[in-house]
Ligand binder design. Structure first.
Ligand code: ZN
Length: 95
């Protein structure tokens, strides 16, 4: 049996939806850091990959669940902004 953490897919999709509106670096490294932080904050949902993610989405996509995901993403963004895993551009860092 193959299982995966359904949250990886759900949080990744949500991050794609909101990242354009976020005031943060959007490179692959920062995106992965935000994703990792959010996933560590959220309770994992392990599913049988053969059943697919549709089953999980139907059962989890209520408002509170979405708020929890967004909150974790926003917290991850704040952490990554303060501690990026790469050097920042020279401009725009004075304030
Ligand atoms: Zn970056």
């Amino acid at each position: 049996m193959e299982i995966q953490n359904a949250m990886e897919e759900l949080v990744s999709q949500k991050l794609d939806e909101v990242i354009d509106s976020l005031d943060c670096c959007k490179c692959q490294q920062c995106r992965k850091d935000i994703l990792a932080y959010a996933l560590n904050r959220l309770t994992p949902k392990y599913v049988d990959t053969k059943k697919g993610l549709a089953f999980v989405k139907v059962n989890t996509m209520d408002v509170q669940f979405e708020i929890d995901i967004l909150t974790a993403i926003y917290e991850g963004v704040e952490i990554v902004k303060k501690h990026p895993h790469h050097s920042l551009p020279e401009t725009g860092t004075q304030n």
